[in-house]
Write a protein that binds this ligand. Structure first.
Ligand SMILES: NC(=O)C1=CN([C@@H]2O[C@H](COP(=O)(O)OP(=O)(O)OC[C@H]3O[C@@H](n4cnc5c(N)ncnc54)[C@H](OP(=O)(O)O)[C@@H]3O)[C@@H](O)[C@H]2O)C=CC1
Ligand SMILES: O=C(O)CCC(=O)C(=O)O
Length: 418
């Protein structure tokens, strides 16, 4: 992480920035700055050598005014209570800006999964699922994948929940493998919305995506798919990175081959078509048309923002810019498509998965992608309308104005207990 800024404070400052443009009382804004509840639990797991290890885990249910809590589960050494609270808040405003009937939640376990075997990770995941079982449910809280979790973990959680509840309810979790009730297009969805949003921004700014240069920080699910799809749209991916470092070729390289190299060796570094090795900071400050941060929070702080040369940033990651970096980039006229819109494809296709699970009727990938595109385009249009109406300098503030109003309206319409 480039900066130690507390992501929960970042979330609250983003809400404050938007509050100035909203006709929502301070008391309601205060409610919308805090999670409704946070589970903190200690999981005791037997390791392969027979010893026991304790892991701390969290699930934050931030807001359920618009529907069941929704959001991923992250396995990472930097997971913390405040990080999970922030991520669950971002989920709340993400589901609101794309206008799907869900709230916001997020979970995490403090662990470096690379240090554990598959069977240890399965016991850990099932232990967490056991703790989550009373809290989650198809109409209550619906987890999904995030950093270092995927179909495998979602399948284990579904199976544990169904075993304890003596039911079959695939919609209790999304991001599953297709044979376990997963949706076509979910794996690609986060990268897809990141590039669809970039396409809309380029169009809005009258910039040509054909031949535009692109740098991608983080080459996991979100980053590698975004690179692949933006290449298909005619842009040129010139740089990419992961936790081991970055690669650069000013003439561009094949993002699919770079992904295959990473699958084989563990990193993009060393990929022969992009011989030049650069640091993660250099990837973030290259003179490119589009920058896609797709790793973790706080990748760009105020100092680094001074050196950013991209014209447009599409945030595949959650919270990659600190609020201070946002201010610097605003002054430099960099158009930032905020995370809550840019990466909302993941949760949108999770919503489609939940709908399909409930109907026990499955869509093909073409339908998933068409419905996703329509939702992202509508959300971008809503952002632009508010951006222009209030003559805002920062698209993030516009997104929060739209999203907070929707959550506040749902809260207001629910009324109160007599
Ligand atoms: N998966 C999803 O559906 C969604 C994900 N997101 C967000 O997208 C971001 C990435 O998630 P996802 O792609 O799922 O996660 P993955 O675990 O698949 O990938 C994360 C990538 O980030 C890299 N990375 C980690 N730390 C650094 C660093 N310091 N510098 C450069 N790269 C780094 C990892 O490197 P290495 O491979 O070396 O470990 C990896 O390539 C997160 O912020 C997540 O919350 C948002 C919406 C939905
Ligand atoms: O698919 C989901 O429900 C949530 C994905 C997620 O965690 C995110 O958008 O940050």
């Amino acid at each position: 992480m480039a900066s130690q800024v507390n992501p929960f404070e970042s979330l609250q400052s983003q809400i404050d920035d938007a509050a100035a443009y909203l006709d929502v009382g301070d008391d309601v804004i205060e409610r919308l700055k805090h999670p409704e509840r946070v589970l903190e639990t200690n999981l005791t797991v037997e390791l392969d050598d027979g010893s026991l290890e304790r892991f701390k885990a969290f699930r934050s249910q931030f807001n359920g005014d618009r529907g069941p809590y929704k959001g991923g589960i992250r396995y990472h050494p930097d997971v913390s209570r405040d990080e999970v609270k922030a991520l669950s808040g971002w989920m709340t405003y993400k589901t609101a800006i794309v206008d799907i009937p869900l709230g916001g939640g997020k979970g995490g376990i403090i662990i470096d999964p690379d240090d554990y075997s598959e069977s240890e990770l399965e016991r850990l995941t099932r232990a967490f699922a056991k703790e989550l079982t009373p809290l989650i449910g198809v109409d209550r809280d619906v987890p999904a994948p995030d950093v270092n979790t995927g179909q495998r973990e979602m399948n284990w959680i579904k199976d544990t929940y169904e075993t304890f509840e003596n039911t079959t309810e695939p919609g209790v979790i999304t991001g599953k493998a297709p044979d376990s009730g997963g949706s076509a297009g979910r794996v690609e969805a986060t990268g897809r919305s990141t590039v669809l949003a970039a396409r809309e921004a380029f169009d809005y700014l009258d910039k040509d995506l054909e031949g535009a240069t692109v740098a991608v920080q983080g080459y996991g699910n979100a980053g590698s798919i975004a690179a692949e799809l933006i290449d298909e749209m005619g842009a040129t991916v010139v740089a990419a990175s992961d936790s081991s470092g970055g690669i650069y070729n000013p003439d561009g390289f094949d993002p699919v081959a770079a992904k295959a190299h990473k699958a084989e060796t563990g990193s993009v570094v060393g990929y022969e078509e992009a011989e030049e090795e650069i640091t993660n900071e250099e990837v973030l400050t290259l003179d490119v048309d589009l920058l896609i941060p797709a790793a973790l929070e706080n990748a760009i702080d105020a100092d680094l923002a001074e050196d950013v040369e991209a014209d447009v940033i599409s945030e595949a990651a959650n919270g990659p810019l600190t609020p201070e970096a946002d201010e610097v980039l605003e002054e430099k006229d960099v158009f930032v498509i905020p995370d809550i819109l840019a990466n909302a494809g993941g949760v949108t296709v999770s919503y489609f998965e939940w709908v399909q699970n409930r109907q026990r009727f499955y869509w093909d990938e073409e339908r998933v992608n068409e419905e996703l595109e329509a939702i992202i385009v509508d959300a971008f249009d809503a952002l632009v309308e508010t951006y222009e109406e209030h003559d805002l300098e920062n698209p993030r503030t516009a997104a929060y104005v739209v999203a907070i109003q929707r959550v506040a309206d749902a809260f207001d319409e629910a009324g109160s207990f007599p």
